[in-house]
Ligand binder design. Structure first.
Ligand code: SF4
Length: 583
């Protein structure tokens, strides 16, 4: 074994069913790990201009120096070229994925090529097996895939099972990859890239131990971070009600996207609030590996079987703020049981619930306006609040029986380019929007963030903290500063919920104990370099700030900060572009 197993990159070729390990100490040292190493590997491995669904598009998974050593360092970064936006694809997931990868002895995995027939990869420490997955291909329930693979891959060690559902097989451009049942690489279509490679699943089990040079210092630093996490009131909120606690406050300030943002307040918000969901359904809370917080809220939905009204089945369904927004307020669904069934369907089929909700909302309005026809919806008569119609349509988006559903499976940017209705097609930078109609900072972040996500720079927080709309320059500076720092968190790789726990000073000390030679003063420089590379990759692949489409709808419906000015938004985008290109 080398000095530092984190520096090992496992390279897998699905076409020839071969693998090898490369040592990349310099790349890890200059980038730290996680998102920092992932973008460097993507630059190396992804041919410019490649179709994201071609075999040459690589999938990169990466972890960081804190993985497996410190609390909440639980995320794996996935990077690829996105089939939804056509540029950078990046998604993070927890579960046991990160710890398993690290304990298997790798800092990153790169998967290229495509198999002729369905396979799943089985990585057990130094050995990689290419297993036939023909019997799993076509199964309609991603949970069943996990159960079957669990039976077929016994063994010791920490194990993760990442898999796609039917949506990934069908190349739905916003298909997800599910890990440990309740965690997802949700955004930007990693599931479709798996599907294009005929890759049904990846099992990783790791048996190694991690060694630290100074155990005493490690224990001290670990305890400090652990105590800071468990005593934090913010983390308690994540544990108790979870992110779903945000439904009512966002509704109160007029920032909750409702019925495709025809409104920004939802009459049914209370019925689907985190507090109500917890009171009626909370069955358990679970945690990613190595996390003392357990923010993952699982509803127990008890329903009678049709044949026997006294015999019940119980479905365990995870919920969070974003899924509740996307399938709840965005679709006018206030029936909490119907909402949970929609979330369960999205999980079983393996679609990104945020994109799916926005797509269904666009289709509902397009039907109202006569841009699409009822017969094209093949029996799913979409109406605000009608969860049964939405469940039918969701299944057909995956199966794609006709041109309309094939267009919906490519996202609202594409569907509106074919059928009209771009004014109310709520994708920013090609990615369907998250649940924050809070003001210009949120939207500037969605438009210009590397992932077109609220996770890039949390612009909603800037909107909600500032009493008046700020200048373009101030918004641009604040968004870029936040996104720069987040490159360090996601290179470490720690959960963003712990961003208040992992201060710059604590990260530097944790790196020191973990054997990562980075001084506190250079952290922001490294973060800036990672952000610069990600933005360059986007530009290389055709992203153009000048061509960004701003849906009219977000400028018409008052946000939590009032009416959003298009000129302010465009000026912020322009300033962000200038700042990002001069990093
Ligand atoms: S806070 Fe939640 S998402 Fe973050 S590591 Fe813990 S359980 Fe996972």
């Amino acid at each position: 074994m080398p000095d530092n197993p984190l520096h090992r990159v496992l390279c897998i070729d699905l076409t020839n069913q071969q693998y090898r390990v490369e040592e990349k100490p310099h790349l890890f040292e200059e980038s730290v790990g996680g998102t920092g190493i992932a973008i460097r590997l993507l630059e190396e491995e992804c041919p410019p201009g490649i179709d994201p669904l071609r075999p040459e598009n690589p999938i990169v998974f990466a972890v960081g120096p804190l993985t497996g050593l410190f609390p909440l360092a639980s995320k794996t970064v996935a990077m690829f070229k996105s089939p939804l936006t056509g540029n950078l694809g990046e998604s993070h997931a927890g579960g046991r994925s990160a710890v398993s990868l690290r304990l298997a002895g790798y800092g990153a995995v790169v998967i290229k090529g495509a198999s002729e027939s369905p396979v799943y990869l089985s990585i057990h420490d130094d050995k990689v097996y290419f297993r036939d997955a023909s019997a799993l291909w076509g199964m309609t329930n991603s949970h069943t895939i996990g159960r079957v693979i669990r039976e077929r891959e016994p063994g010791s060690g920490t194990r993760t099972i990442m898999r796609i559902g039917r949506a990934g097989e069908q190349l739905v451009r916003y298909a997800s990859v599910i890990t440990e049942t309740y965690r997802h690489f949700g955004r930007l279509g990693l599931g479709a890239v798996f599907g294009s490679k005929k890759l049904k699943a990846i099992v990783i089990s790791g048996n190694r131990s991690l060694i630290v040079a100074n155990p005493k210092q490690y224990r001290k630093t670990y305890d400090e971070i652990f105590q800071a996490a468990v005593n934090s009131s913010v983390m308690q909120k994540y544990h108790q009600v979870g992110t779903a606690e945000n439904i009512e406050p966002l509704n109160a300030v007029g920032g909750l996207p409702t019925m495709n943002i025809k409104e920004s307040r939802f009459d049914g918000a209370k019925a689907i609030s985190g507090e109500q969901m917890a009171q009626q359904y909370l069955g358990r809370r679970i945690a990613c590996a190595h996390c003392p917080i357990a923010c993952i809220h699982i509803a127990a939905l008890r329903e009678p079987y049709e044949q026997d009204p006294y015999f019940y089945k119980t479905s365990m369904i995870s919920y969070d703020y974003e899924p509740i927004y996307a399938m709840g307020s965005m679709l006018g669904v206030s029936d909490s049981r119907g909402l949970l069934k929609l979330l369960d369907d999205a999980d079983r089929l393996g679609v990104d619930v945020m994109s799916a909700g926005v797509v269904l909302a666009w289709a509902t309005e397009a039907l109202e306006k006569g841009l699409i026809k009822l017969e094209d919806l093949a029996g799913a008569e979409l109406k605000w609040g009608d969860h049964q119609a939405y469940r039918r349509a969701l299944k057909m988006i995956v199966e794609q029986p006709n041109d309309l559903y094939r267009a919906l499976a490519r996202g609202v940017e594409y569907a509106s380019s074919q059928y009209g209705g771009a004014d109310f097609a709520l994708a920013l930078g090609g990615n369907e929007m998250p649940g924050y109609h809070t003001g210009p900072a949120a939207y500037a972040g969605f438009l210009m963030g590397s992932r077109h996500s609220h996770l890039d720079s949390a612009g909603y927080s800037i909107d909600l903290k500032s009493k008046n709309q700020q200048s373009a320059s101030k918004i641009a500076d604040a968004l870029i500063a936040e996104e720069t720092w987040r490159q360090i968190l996601s290179s470490a790789v720690v959960c963003f919920f712990a961003r208040g726990v992992y201060t710059q000073e604590r990260i530097a000390r944790a790196f020191d104990v973990a054997g990562c030679d980075v001084r506190s003063e250079t952290l922001l420089q490294i973060g800036g370099e990672t952000l610069r590379r990600k933005y360059s990759f986007k530009l290389r692949e055709g992203f153009s700030p000048k061509k960004l489409r701003i849906p009219q709808r977000i400028l018409e419906t008052p946000s939590a900060s009032g009416i959003i000015s298009e000129s302010l938004l465009r000026e912020t985008v322009s300033q962000m572009n200038q700042k990002l290109t001069s990093l």
